[in-house]
Design a protein around this ligand. Structure first.
Ligand code: AQP
Length: 324
Protein backbone atom coordinates (compact mmCIF):
# COMPACT_ATOMS: atom_id res chain seq x y z
CA UNK A 1 0.00 0.00 0.00
CA UNK A 2 1.06 3.58 -0.57
CA UNK A 3 1.34 5.54 2.69
CA UNK A 4 1.91 9.28 3.15
CA UNK A 5 2.21 11.28 6.36
CA UNK A 6 4.08 14.32 7.64
CA UNK A 7 4.91 16.51 10.61
CA UNK A 8 5.38 20.27 10.68
CA UNK A 9 8.75 21.68 11.80
CA UNK A 10 6.84 24.10 14.00
CA UNK A 11 8.13 23.50 17.50
CA UNK A 12 9.37 20.72 19.73
CA UNK A 13 8.01 17.30 18.82
CA UNK A 14 6.31 15.66 21.75
CA UNK A 15 5.19 12.23 22.85
CA UNK A 16 1.75 12.86 21.29
CA UNK A 17 3.35 13.08 17.85
CA UNK A 18 5.44 10.01 18.62
CA UNK A 19 2.88 7.71 20.26
CA UNK A 20 -0.04 8.55 17.97
CA UNK A 21 1.73 8.89 14.65
CA UNK A 22 5.38 7.85 14.43
CA UNK A 23 4.69 4.46 16.05
CA UNK A 24 2.14 3.81 13.28
CA UNK A 25 4.80 4.70 10.70
CA UNK A 26 7.22 2.21 12.24
CA UNK A 27 4.72 -0.61 11.81
CA UNK A 28 3.69 0.48 8.32
CA UNK A 29 7.19 0.88 6.90
CA UNK A 30 7.84 -2.86 7.21
CA UNK A 31 5.39 -3.90 4.50
CA UNK A 32 4.38 -0.77 2.59
CA UNK A 33 5.65 1.93 0.28
CA UNK A 34 5.91 4.81 2.77
CA UNK A 35 6.60 8.50 2.27
CA UNK A 36 7.32 10.57 5.39
CA UNK A 37 7.55 14.29 4.79
CA UNK A 38 8.71 17.28 6.83
CA UNK A 39 5.91 19.66 5.92
CA UNK A 40 7.62 23.05 6.11
CA UNK A 41 5.12 24.90 3.89
CA UNK A 42 2.44 24.07 6.46
CA UNK A 43 4.55 25.41 9.31
CA UNK A 44 4.69 28.92 7.83
CA UNK A 45 0.90 29.42 7.90
CA UNK A 46 1.21 30.85 11.43
CA UNK A 47 3.86 33.31 12.69
CA UNK A 48 7.27 31.57 12.81
CA UNK A 49 10.97 32.33 13.15
CA UNK A 50 12.53 32.16 9.67
CA UNK A 51 16.09 32.17 11.04
CA UNK A 52 15.64 28.77 12.69
CA UNK A 53 13.32 27.07 10.20
CA UNK A 54 16.12 25.12 8.50
CA UNK A 55 17.36 23.91 11.87
CA UNK A 56 13.83 22.80 12.81
CA UNK A 57 13.46 20.90 9.51
CA UNK A 58 16.68 18.98 10.24
CA UNK A 59 15.52 18.32 13.80
CA UNK A 60 12.28 16.74 12.60
CA UNK A 61 14.19 14.62 10.07
CA UNK A 62 16.55 13.59 12.90
CA UNK A 63 13.55 12.52 14.97
CA UNK A 64 12.26 10.37 12.12
CA UNK A 65 15.64 8.65 11.98
CA UNK A 66 16.06 8.46 15.77
CA UNK A 67 12.63 6.81 16.00
CA UNK A 68 13.67 4.07 13.62
CA UNK A 69 12.33 5.32 10.28
CA UNK A 70 14.70 3.68 7.84
CA UNK A 71 15.62 5.70 4.72
CA UNK A 72 16.38 2.43 2.94
CA UNK A 73 12.74 1.39 3.37
CA UNK A 74 10.89 4.73 3.42
CA UNK A 75 11.18 7.99 1.51
CA UNK A 76 12.01 10.95 3.79
CA UNK A 77 12.05 14.46 2.34
CA UNK A 78 11.19 18.12 2.88
CA UNK A 79 7.92 19.29 1.31
CA UNK A 80 9.40 22.50 -0.17
CA UNK A 81 11.97 20.46 -2.11
CA UNK A 82 9.20 19.12 -4.37
CA UNK A 83 7.51 22.12 -6.01
CA UNK A 84 4.64 20.04 -7.40
CA UNK A 85 3.00 20.25 -3.94
CA UNK A 86 2.17 23.93 -4.49
CA UNK A 87 1.21 23.48 -8.11
CA UNK A 88 -1.31 20.78 -7.23
CA UNK A 89 -2.53 22.75 -4.20
CA UNK A 90 -3.33 25.72 -6.47
CA UNK A 91 -5.25 23.51 -8.89
CA UNK A 92 -7.17 21.81 -6.08
CA UNK A 93 -8.04 25.26 -4.67
CA UNK A 94 -10.12 25.82 -7.79
CA UNK A 95 -12.45 22.91 -6.96
CA UNK A 96 -12.61 23.35 -3.17
CA UNK A 97 -15.53 25.37 -1.75
CA UNK A 98 -14.42 28.09 0.69
CA UNK A 99 -17.20 26.95 3.05
CA UNK A 100 -15.54 23.54 3.42
CA UNK A 101 -12.33 25.24 4.56
CA UNK A 102 -14.06 27.66 6.91
CA UNK A 103 -15.71 24.83 8.83
CA UNK A 104 -12.43 23.01 9.56
CA UNK A 105 -11.86 22.72 13.31
CA UNK A 106 -8.13 23.42 13.05
CA UNK A 107 -8.78 26.61 11.08
CA UNK A 108 -11.21 27.81 13.74
CA UNK A 109 -8.83 26.95 16.58
CA UNK A 110 -5.71 28.36 14.96
CA UNK A 111 -7.43 31.53 13.81
CA UNK A 112 -8.63 32.08 17.39
CA UNK A 113 -5.07 31.49 18.66
CA UNK A 114 -3.49 33.84 16.07
CA UNK A 115 -6.39 36.29 15.81
CA UNK A 116 -4.18 39.18 14.61
CA UNK A 117 -2.54 37.08 11.93
CA UNK A 118 -5.05 35.01 10.00
CA UNK A 119 -3.53 34.56 6.56
CA UNK A 120 -5.14 32.96 3.50
CA UNK A 121 -2.55 30.19 3.83
CA UNK A 122 -4.07 29.12 7.14
CA UNK A 123 -7.49 28.78 5.51
CA UNK A 124 -5.98 26.89 2.55
CA UNK A 125 -3.83 24.61 4.74
CA UNK A 126 -6.10 21.56 4.14
CA UNK A 127 -5.86 22.04 0.36
CA UNK A 128 -2.06 21.91 0.54
CA UNK A 129 -2.43 18.82 2.71
CA UNK A 130 -4.75 17.26 0.12
CA UNK A 131 -2.10 17.98 -2.52
CA UNK A 132 0.59 16.33 -0.34
CA UNK A 133 -1.53 13.19 -0.08
CA UNK A 134 -2.97 12.97 -3.61
CA UNK A 135 0.33 13.71 -5.38
CA UNK A 136 1.59 10.27 -4.37
CA UNK A 137 -1.64 8.34 -5.06
CA UNK A 138 -1.74 7.63 -1.33
CA UNK A 139 -4.03 4.90 -0.04
CA UNK A 140 -3.59 5.31 3.71
CA UNK A 141 -2.73 8.39 5.79
CA UNK A 142 -1.73 7.62 9.40
CA UNK A 143 -2.35 10.70 11.59
CA UNK A 144 -3.58 11.82 15.01
CA UNK A 145 -7.23 12.56 15.76
CA UNK A 146 -6.87 16.30 15.04
CA UNK A 147 -5.89 15.67 11.41
CA UNK A 148 -8.69 13.18 10.66
CA UNK A 149 -11.00 15.90 9.36
CA UNK A 150 -8.33 17.15 6.93
CA UNK A 151 -7.73 13.65 5.51
CA UNK A 152 -11.48 13.22 5.04
CA UNK A 153 -11.56 16.53 3.16
CA UNK A 154 -8.63 15.36 0.97
CA UNK A 155 -10.69 12.28 0.10
CA UNK A 156 -13.68 14.47 -0.78
CA UNK A 157 -11.49 16.74 -2.95
CA UNK A 158 -10.15 13.66 -4.79
CA UNK A 159 -13.67 12.36 -5.31
CA UNK A 160 -14.80 15.73 -6.65
CA UNK A 161 -11.79 16.00 -8.98
CA UNK A 162 -12.35 12.49 -10.38
CA UNK A 163 -16.04 13.19 -10.95
CA UNK A 164 -15.30 16.40 -12.83
CA UNK A 165 -12.12 15.56 -14.78
CA UNK A 166 -12.08 11.74 -14.92
CA UNK A 167 -10.44 9.08 -12.72
CA UNK A 168 -7.11 10.60 -11.66
CA UNK A 169 -6.63 10.13 -7.93
CA UNK A 170 -6.84 7.21 -5.56
CA UNK A 171 -9.23 8.04 -2.70
CA UNK A 172 -7.12 8.08 0.49
CA UNK A 173 -8.25 6.64 3.82
CA UNK A 174 -7.37 7.94 7.26
CA UNK A 175 -5.78 5.64 9.87
CA UNK A 176 -5.80 6.61 13.54
CA UNK A 177 -4.98 4.74 16.76
CA UNK A 178 -7.90 3.25 18.70
CA UNK A 179 -6.34 4.45 21.96
CA UNK A 180 -4.01 7.46 22.10
CA UNK A 181 -5.07 9.22 18.88
CA UNK A 182 -5.25 12.41 20.94
CA UNK A 183 -2.71 12.77 23.74
CA UNK A 184 -3.76 15.61 26.02
CA UNK A 185 -1.89 18.55 27.52
CA UNK A 186 -0.25 17.85 30.90
CA UNK A 187 -1.45 21.15 32.31
CA UNK A 188 -4.92 21.31 30.69
CA UNK A 189 -5.90 17.67 30.07
CA UNK A 190 -9.07 18.59 28.19
CA UNK A 191 -6.92 20.18 25.43
CA UNK A 192 -4.60 18.29 23.11
CA UNK A 193 -0.86 18.33 23.73
CA UNK A 194 0.60 20.74 21.20
CA UNK A 195 4.06 21.61 19.89
CA UNK A 196 3.42 25.32 20.07
CA UNK A 197 1.94 25.49 23.60
CA UNK A 198 3.99 26.32 26.72
CA UNK A 199 6.79 23.88 27.48
CA UNK A 200 5.37 22.50 30.75
CA UNK A 201 2.24 21.29 28.90
CA UNK A 202 4.09 18.57 27.01
CA UNK A 203 6.84 15.98 27.20
CA UNK A 204 9.18 16.75 24.33
CA UNK A 205 11.14 13.91 22.81
CA UNK A 206 14.41 15.59 23.76
CA UNK A 207 13.51 16.48 27.35
CA UNK A 208 16.13 15.64 29.98
CA UNK A 209 15.29 13.22 32.83
CA UNK A 210 15.01 16.21 35.20
CA UNK A 211 12.56 18.00 32.91
CA UNK A 212 10.46 14.84 32.50
CA UNK A 213 10.27 14.23 36.26
CA UNK A 214 9.33 17.84 36.96
CA UNK A 215 6.64 17.98 34.28
CA UNK A 216 5.01 14.69 35.28
CA UNK A 217 5.14 15.56 38.99
CA UNK A 218 3.36 18.86 38.37
CA UNK A 219 0.93 17.56 35.73
CA UNK A 220 -2.73 18.26 36.45
CA UNK A 221 -4.57 15.35 38.04
CA UNK A 222 -8.09 15.04 39.30
CA UNK A 223 -9.76 14.94 42.68
CA UNK A 224 -10.02 11.45 44.15
CA UNK A 225 -7.21 8.96 44.43
CA UNK A 226 -8.00 6.02 42.14
CA UNK A 227 -5.91 5.29 39.03
CA UNK A 228 -8.87 4.67 36.73
CA UNK A 229 -9.48 5.45 33.07
CA UNK A 230 -12.43 7.80 32.76
CA UNK A 231 -11.72 10.69 30.35
CA UNK A 232 -14.88 12.60 31.30
CA UNK A 233 -14.43 12.56 35.06
CA UNK A 234 -10.67 12.00 35.32
CA UNK A 235 -9.09 13.56 32.20
CA UNK A 236 -5.65 14.06 33.77
CA UNK A 237 -5.21 10.53 35.13
CA UNK A 238 -6.79 9.02 31.99
CA UNK A 239 -4.26 10.84 29.82
CA UNK A 240 -1.32 9.67 31.95
CA UNK A 241 -2.70 6.11 31.92
CA UNK A 242 -2.97 6.25 28.12
CA UNK A 243 0.67 7.35 27.84
CA UNK A 244 1.73 4.60 30.26
CA UNK A 245 -0.23 1.87 28.45
CA UNK A 246 1.16 2.86 25.03
CA UNK A 247 4.74 2.95 26.31
CA UNK A 248 4.29 -0.43 28.01
CA UNK A 249 2.32 -1.82 25.04
CA UNK A 250 -0.41 -2.90 27.48
CA UNK A 251 -4.17 -2.50 27.43
CA UNK A 252 -5.68 0.26 29.59
CA UNK A 253 -7.26 -2.46 31.79
CA UNK A 254 -3.84 -4.01 32.45
CA UNK A 255 -2.34 -0.59 33.06
CA UNK A 256 -5.04 0.07 35.69
CA UNK A 257 -4.24 -3.26 37.36
CA UNK A 258 -0.56 -2.25 37.69
CA UNK A 259 -1.67 0.62 39.94
CA UNK A 260 -4.70 -0.94 41.64
CA UNK A 261 -3.75 0.26 45.12
CA UNK A 262 -1.17 2.87 44.28
CA UNK A 263 -1.25 6.61 45.01
CA UNK A 264 -1.10 9.29 42.29
CA UNK A 265 2.44 10.02 43.45
CA UNK A 266 3.63 6.41 42.99
CA UNK A 267 1.96 6.24 39.57
CA UNK A 268 3.58 9.49 38.47
CA UNK A 269 6.99 8.35 39.68
CA UNK A 270 6.73 5.09 37.73
CA UNK A 271 5.55 6.93 34.61
CA UNK A 272 8.48 9.39 34.87
CA UNK A 273 10.96 6.52 35.10
CA UNK A 274 9.38 4.84 32.10
CA UNK A 275 9.47 8.03 30.04
CA UNK A 276 13.11 8.63 30.97
CA UNK A 277 13.96 5.08 29.92
CA UNK A 278 12.07 5.32 26.60
CA UNK A 279 13.25 8.81 25.66
CA UNK A 280 16.95 8.48 26.49
CA UNK A 281 17.72 6.86 23.09
CA UNK A 282 16.17 9.92 21.35
CA UNK A 283 18.55 12.32 23.08
CA UNK A 284 21.53 10.08 22.41
CA UNK A 285 20.65 9.65 18.75
CA UNK A 286 20.03 13.38 18.37
CA UNK A 287 23.53 14.12 19.70
CA UNK A 288 24.97 11.54 17.32
CA UNK A 289 23.07 12.93 14.31
CA UNK A 290 23.99 16.53 15.21
CA UNK A 291 27.59 15.52 14.59
CA UNK A 292 26.84 14.51 11.00
CA UNK A 293 24.40 17.07 9.53
CA UNK A 294 25.54 16.09 6.04
CA UNK A 295 24.00 12.64 6.60
CA UNK A 296 20.54 14.15 7.12
CA UNK A 297 21.01 16.48 4.14
CA UNK A 298 21.93 13.53 1.95
CA UNK A 299 18.91 11.50 3.05
CA UNK A 300 16.54 14.45 2.46
CA UNK A 301 18.03 15.11 -0.98
CA UNK A 302 17.74 11.49 -2.08
CA UNK A 303 14.18 11.37 -0.70
CA UNK A 304 13.19 14.54 -2.61
CA UNK A 305 14.52 13.09 -5.85
CA UNK A 306 12.54 9.89 -5.36
CA UNK A 307 9.37 11.74 -4.35
CA UNK A 308 9.83 14.23 -7.20
CA UNK A 309 9.64 11.48 -9.83
CA UNK A 310 6.29 10.26 -8.48
CA UNK A 311 4.97 13.80 -8.10
CA UNK A 312 5.85 14.67 -11.69
CA UNK A 313 4.04 11.59 -12.98
CA UNK A 314 0.84 12.55 -11.14
CA UNK A 315 1.09 16.19 -12.26
CA UNK A 316 1.37 15.15 -15.91
CA UNK A 317 -1.95 13.31 -15.52
CA UNK A 318 -3.56 16.19 -13.63
CA UNK A 319 -2.54 18.85 -16.18
CA UNK A 320 -3.84 16.75 -19.02
CA UNK A 321 -7.13 16.04 -17.23
CA UNK A 322 -7.63 19.77 -16.53
CA UNK A 323 -6.73 20.87 -20.06
CA UNK A 324 -3.58 22.71 -18.99
N1 AQP B 1 -1.61 15.69 21.08
C1 AQP B 1 -1.57 14.87 20.03
N2 AQP B 1 -1.96 13.59 20.16
C2 AQP B 1 -1.93 12.75 19.10
N3 AQP B 1 -1.50 13.12 17.87
C3 AQP B 1 -1.09 14.38 17.71
N4 AQP B 1 -0.61 15.04 16.64
C4 AQP B 1 -0.35 16.31 17.00
N5 AQP B 1 -0.63 16.51 18.29
C5 AQP B 1 -1.10 15.32 18.76
C6 AQP B 1 -0.42 14.44 15.33
O1 AQP B 1 0.94 14.58 14.99
C7 AQP B 1 1.05 14.74 13.58
C8 AQP B 1 1.89 15.95 13.28
O2 AQP B 1 1.25 17.10 13.73
P1 AQP B 1 1.47 18.46 12.96
O3 AQP B 1 2.90 18.75 12.86
O4 AQP B 1 0.75 18.43 11.67
O5 AQP B 1 0.84 19.53 13.87
P2 AQP B 1 -0.52 19.66 14.58
O6 AQP B 1 -1.48 18.57 14.25
O7 AQP B 1 -1.02 21.06 14.38
O8 AQP B 1 0.00 19.41 16.02
P3 AQP B 1 0.67 20.34 17.05
O9 AQP B 1 1.62 19.50 17.84
O10 AQP B 1 -0.42 20.98 17.82
O11 AQP B 1 1.50 21.38 16.29
P4 AQP B 1 1.32 22.94 16.23
O12 AQP B 1 1.27 23.40 17.64
O13 AQP B 1 2.53 23.37 15.48
O14 AQP B 1 0.06 23.17 15.50
C9 AQP B 1 -0.37 14.84 13.03
O15 AQP B 1 -0.74 13.60 12.47
C10 AQP B 1 -1.19 15.15 14.23
O16 AQP B 1 -2.51 14.63 14.13
Amino acid sequence: MKIFSGIQPSGELHIGNYLAVITQWLDLQEKNDCIFCVVDWHAITVPYNSSILQQKIKEVAAIYLASGIDPEKSTIFTQSAVKEHVELAWLLNTITPVGDLQRMTQFKEKSAKHAKNICAGLLNYPVLMAADILLYQTEVVPVGQDQKQHVELAREIARRFNARFGETFILPKVQIMKIGAKIMSLTEPTKKMSKSDPDQSRISLFDTPEQIKKKIASSTTDSGHEIKYNPEEKPGISNLLTIYSLLMEKTIKDAEKDFANASYQTFKQRLSELLVEKLTPFREKKTELAQSPERIEKILKAGAEKAGIQAQATMAKVRQAMGL
